[in-house]
Design a protein around this ligand. Sequence first.
Ligand SMILES: Cc1ncc(C[n+]2csc(CCOP(=O)(O)OP(=O)(O)O)c2C)c(N)n1
Ligand SMILES: [Mg+2]
Length: 578
Amino acid sequence: MSAMVQSIDANKAEAREELTNGFHLVIDALKLNGLTTIYGVPGIPITDFGRMAQAEGIRVISFRHEQNAGYAAAIAGFLTKKPGVCLTVSAPGFLNGLTALAHATTNCFPMILISGSSEREIVDLQQGDYEEMDQLAIAKPLCKAAFRVLHAADIGIGLARAIRAAVSGRPGGVYLDLPAKLFGQVMNAEAGRKSLVKVIDPAPAQIPAPSAVKRALDVLKSAKRPLIILGKGAAYAQADDAIKSFVEKSGAPFLPMSMAKGLLPDLHPQCAGAARSTVLKDADVVMLIGARLNWLLSHGKGKTWGEAPKKFIQVDIEPKEMDSNVEIVAPLVGDIGSCVSALLDAMGGNWPAAPTDWLNAVKAKREENVAKMAPRLMNNNSPMDYHGALGVLRTIIKERPDAILVNEGANTLDLARGVIDMYQPRKRLDVGTWGVMGIGMGSAIAASIETGKPVLAVEGDSAFGFSGMEVETICRYKLPICVVIFNNDGIYRGTDVNSAGSDPATTVFVKGSRYDKMMEAFGGTGVNATSPDELKRAVNEAMDSGKPTLINAVIDPAAGSESGRIGNLNPQSVLRKK
Ligand SMILES: Cc1ncc(C[n+]2csc(CCOP(=O)(O)OP(=O)(O)O)c2C)c(N)n1
Ligand SMILES: [Mg+2]
């Protein structure tokens, strides 16, 4: 224990009668606002802060790298609608956490990155302080809001602003800069208590205008081939019952975006997940609920969307989202819960059924695609291909629908998204808007900590490498996480050869690696699975036992394709083709 903590402990009873300090004010402000978990990495100037927070009943989860702690905080925000908190040291720790903060902002997840920072007077004169960096300036363009607190008496307001900025309107990442000196500042305890702010109604409902609700319903009612697209904003809203009622009352086919899968079960008769290309091409009215027309939906135009003219209805909390890529004929601005409730109310009791020929066409396509895939999912090849391995995992999730699925990779991501059906909201956590590699272990850890549910993380071998050291964290906190690594010896495939020298090709890794041994090094269970049968047995055992487990699933190195399903995004040149 550091001298600082000892002396504070010794004086604690007495000091807290009359005096408080920056350390305790930050802790008290977090607790007052129900922020009871911190994800971070200790070091100067926040080591003692972490210790004290833990002593005061905050759960402080210590990671091996700030980026993973940051991804944990980001997904905690998505799962709970409260800002996930990440705590880092100055300059390098701050920068390590910053990628996750930008990721949270891009994905509209509420998160607060709290970083300690070095002495302002020295940093601002660029006199070469320990871990010197103007962190506030660097964070600003990468998040929704950024604040610095210089006086202990402002900690309450500083945290209140951070919380409100993170969760209100469109959620996002917030940076909070706490200089080292702030923690030690002392002030009257009673004045300190009074300076704290419990944020009232941090994300106020934003009720849509009745005229906008009517316009949206008029357009929807006019549709011959309606389609509803649910985005992760809809999953975030936790308005699950209202959304289900609305979709069912509309009778329209719905398409869940990746992290909206399970909002309504993928096996729901209206789910068009297995007929995606058909519904995007042929729909005449498309209603987006908490989904953006970004690259993931081909910007709402071009080949993917076919020739037929379309009308878009968009439900989003952010007015600036409207007309981002194409004209939105019926913008509905408000929080998803309020909007969907208003839509339901205004639909009344006799909403017309969706046109039968359209529903039948979608159903026929869906059944055709499902039937095409079915035999591939049942193969017991060794080494495994993606479909054989995923067929097994799909059954496991069907049998354990409350487990949380974390998923990243290229082929491992794209194929798992298509194959593994989800049955409950917010059970599928993945790479999000950026398609970022590295969210795996942070997401798995936060999912487990925040929900107490078992977690199955399905990881490409490359994807896993970005956060692999956190298997120690999983073992240390004894979390019920089963990591399955789809080990195909590389990125996309393990078969590339460098034709111009002795170095390995850029996309391949050591052949036959045994990632399971990493888990064993920290006392977890490691399994090497070479067939779907072995994989099934190992995953079921792990999910039953709740013991930290890592399964090295040996996948045929030739099975994958370049960039999974998004190979078309690779730049091409006529010259290169010569
Ligand atoms: C932070 C980050 N760096 C690099 C990439 C580029 N990238 C996309 S997928 C991928 C890894 C794919 O390999 P793997 O996870 O093994 O999946 P596989 O296709 O082999 O199943 C990489 C490096 C990325 N998306 N994000
Ligand atoms: Mg791979």
